[in-house]
Ligand binder design. Structure first.
Ligand SMILES: [Zn+2]
Length: 355
């Protein structure tokens, strides 16, 4: 991914060639409690987490005993962290490597164990390093409707020759969180309103040193997997099935502080940030702003609402260095992100269904 200057954001849908930082205060207030009027929808689930101390709204009058199974998905940050540990143990996992194939086997195994239907799309990408085999992995949780919401992450790591890059946060954290989100939703046993595709993109990272160094407008050296995914959707005539795309990327830092990504679709950002605030995570979902080019851009270009949860500027001291290691991320940060996403999904469904 790549950070952009604010004046560049207007051209972001076409451009892939910026590298600079923008951090400005948010200008807009959230719509005040827009969802309070939506009775019966999307209760924020905060009963399950002992990782949070200050959540509000835990007031289910017919609360089941704590030990019984609930239909609500329960995200476990420790499980997500263990996934990241396993990926980091595999080592550097650039696109096309044997290590990424092992990572993919691990991801696929976890998703299948969770009872999800897993498919993979293998393709050959032409990169500055030559032709590389890449594989996007999708796990499906079918819902009442065939309409789709995508939750996604890239699972490759950026190739570096000069040092060992294991991408604990960059590629690892979001992949671990996504496996656990998928498991939690599948395990809840209740059929969601929308169909969910949990998508693991290959080839997000540039092969050349910087994001735009070797690409051309028609052939960027980045986002290979997500561009392939959107092209395949179009080829199958399924673009219109996808109503929202949620991207996680670098979501595990111990000092979690995710800014509002300004290329993202505002209503999606608002729902997630408002949900986080209600859960007591306002400090971790900040009102800073940052513009980032990432795997959400090809979906945005296909006119699909997108949101990118990414802490890039705030992680710049470790980003794409040998220091992006497991000690920089925490189960609690993963818990905060996973819980927030899971609590946001019914609200996103509600918003989409109300259109
Ligand atoms: Zn990266």
């Amino acid at each position: 991914m790549n950070i952009m200057l604010p004046f560049q954001t207007a051209t972001a849908r076409r451009a892939f060639n910026f590298k600079s930082l923008s951090l400005t205060p948010a200008l807009l207030l959230l719509l005040p409690f827009f969802y309070a009027a939506c009775t019966g929808n999307a209760p924020v689930n905060n009963a399950q987490s002992n990782a949070q101390g200050n959540a509000q709204g835990n007031a289910s009058s017919s609360a089941a005993p704590a030990a019984t199974t609930t239909a609500r998905p329960v995200f476990n940050g420790q499980r997500a962290f263990e996934h990241v540990r396993k990926m980091v143990e595999i080592g550097p996992r650039p696109a096309g490597s044997a290590e990424l194939a092992r990572t993919r086997e691990y991801i696929t195994g976890e998703l299948q164990t969770a009872g999800l239907k897993v498919s993979s799309d293998k393709f050959t990408a032409q990169t500055p390093a030559g032709a590389r085999e890449m594989v996007n992995v999708t796990a499906e949780l079918s819902g009442e409707s065939a309409d789709v919401i995508i939750v996604s992450s890239h699972y490759d790591t950026k190739p570096f020759k000069a040092f060992r890059f294991v991408g604990a946060n960059d590629g690892g954290s979001s992949t671990g969180a996504l496996i656990e989100i998928a498991r939690a939703l599948a395990a809840s046993g209740s059929k969601p309103r929308f169909t969910y595709w949990f998508v693991f993109f290959d080839g997000e990272e540039a092969f050349c040193q910087s994001w735009s160094q070797c690409g051309t407008p028609n052939a960027p050296d980045n986002t290979y997997g997500s561009r392939r995914y959107v092209a395949q959707l179009a080829e199958r005539g399924e673009t219109k099935r996808v109503h929202a795309m949620i991207l996680l990327d670098m979501v595990g830092y111990t000092e979690l502080a995710i800014p509002r990504e300004t290329l993202s679709t505002p209503w999606l950002v608002d729902i997630i940030w408002e949900t986080a605030r209600e859960l007591g995570y306002g400090a971790q979902f900040t009102d800073e702003e940052e513009s980032v080019e990432d795997d959400h851009i090809p979906f945005l270009q296909a006119e699909i609402p997108v949101v990118d949860l990414i802490q890039l500027g705030g992680y710049s001291q470790y980003w794409h260095t040998a220091e992006d290691t497991l000690d920089k991320i925490s189960p609690r940060s993963l818990q905060i992100v996973g819980e927030t996403i899971i609590a946001s999904l019914p609200r996103i469904e509600q918003r989409l269904a109300g259109r």
